[in-house]
Design a binder for this molecule. Structure first.
Ligand SMILES: [Mn+2]
Length: 367
């Protein structure tokens, strides 16, 4: 049994549960190596304290489950069948009366919860698997870090494709298309999120997206992108100048943001509080007079999802530990002027941290 699944089974036993139902498809991948977004269909991993786990999937996925080498039972259902009746049958073959359930309270939809209640009216739900899994996923194993390093190398190549695509007349969305085309051609199956390319004042909206507008010489261009490497994500941001003529003000934003990013990345140590790292970057930006324009946390955890724990922000007293993976992404967004964000995701080591992406962060002019 793989380490992740073994830890989950230990938790099920420690919590004196009869069964844990893992419903989130990203987490099912984490425990089984089988990835599938079932959309409206039902997928579930059922873990018992002292028996082999059971994977329940739509019948059309059974071959895919076998192909990834899942060594335990897999039960499928056809579209016209009632999945929770079949789940109940399969569970009752293993546990006469599963009363104490662990469920993912962050994920389990109400209709699935109600279906369990119909099958098992005596069930209780004393344990939240979401909290256990998020704690478990905080620390990545060396093999997970190796997967994320590969995702980082892909992101570096995506930046190269994006910078190469910059030319007079191309739109933000046109650059996105060039980046994603290059990545798909080299075998990346998915980006980890919709690629963001924003130029000039557009980049001052950190939650905006690319538009069908031409990028003009003299604008800063923000690229925020990442890839999904077999379930492990990359996420990185660079802001570069397109041609000459970037205003002194916009260049200053880049200088301040870069100093904040480099200083914070160099300051990472195991044992440091997450909040302290946020403060290091924020103090630099505040001292330069742009504190109010840095309107989000410094970073977020990353792994099989692009946003997980730890949150690098004020108020988070969590101590950084080797194996934690998170972004360091200060941003300064001045409406009407420009937006700058510079981001590397890193993993904490015994002595500091190592970034997953290596594209230069210094102010760069793409002619
Ligand atoms: Mn990010």
């Amino acid at each position: 049994m793989n380490e992740h699944l073994k830890q989950l089974q230990t938790w099920v036993a420690d919590q004196s549960l009869d069964v844990a139902y893992i419903s989130n498809f990203t987490n099912i991948n984490y425990f089984t190596g089988f990835f599938s977004d079932p959309e409206e269909r039902i997928t579930g991993l059922f873990v018992f304290p002292d028996q082999e786990p059971l994977l329940f999937v739509p019948a059309l996925s059974i071959e895919a489950v076998k192909k990834v080498g899942w060594p335990y039972a897999v039960v499928g259902y056809l579209d016209h069948e009632e999945p929770f009746a079949l789940i109940a049958d399969a569970l009752k073959q293993r546990v006469a009366s599963p009363l104490r359930w662990g469920i993912e309270k962050d994920d389990l939809a109400v209709f699935k919860f109600e279906a369990i209640m119909r099958q098992f009216p005596q069930a209780t739900f004393p344990a939240d698997a979401s909290r256990f899994i998020e704690a478990q996923q905080l620390i990545k194993t060396p093999s997970e870090i190796a997967q994320m390093e590969e995702a980082g190398r892909q992101a570096d190549r995506a930046f190269a494709a994006g910078f190469k695509a910059l030319r007079t007349g191309i739109t933000e969305q046109g650059v996105v298309a060039e980046i994603e085309y290059a990545m798909m051609k080299e075998g990346v199956m998915h980006m980890s999120f919709d690629t963001i390319v924003q130029a000039g004042e557009d980049a001052a909206d950190p939650h905006g997206g690319p538009e069908q507008v031409a990028i003009k010489p003299g604008e800063l261009v923000l690229f925020d992108l990442g890839t999904d490497n077999h379930g492990y994500m990359s996420d990185a941001t660079r802001t570069v100048a397109f041609g000459q003529g970037v205003s002194a003000k916009a260049q200053e934003l880049h200088k301040v943001c870069l100093e904040a990013q480099l200083t914070a990345q160099a300051a990472v140590r195991p044992g440091m509080r997450a909040a302290a790292l946020d403060k290091i970057a924020r103090d630099i930006i505040t001292k330069a007079g742009y504190g109010e324009y840095f309107n989000h946390r410094l970073g977020h955890g990353i792994g099989m999802s692009t946003h997980e724990f730890p949150s690098i922000m004020a108020g988070n007293d969590m101590l950084l530990q080797p194996g934690m993976c998170f972004s360091i992404e200060p941003g300064i967004y001045v409406p009407g002027v420009a937006g700058v964000r510079i981001e590397d995701c890193v993993h904490v080591t015994e002595t500091g941290c190592e970034p997953f992406t290596h594209t230069p962060k210094e102010y760069t002019v793409i002619a």
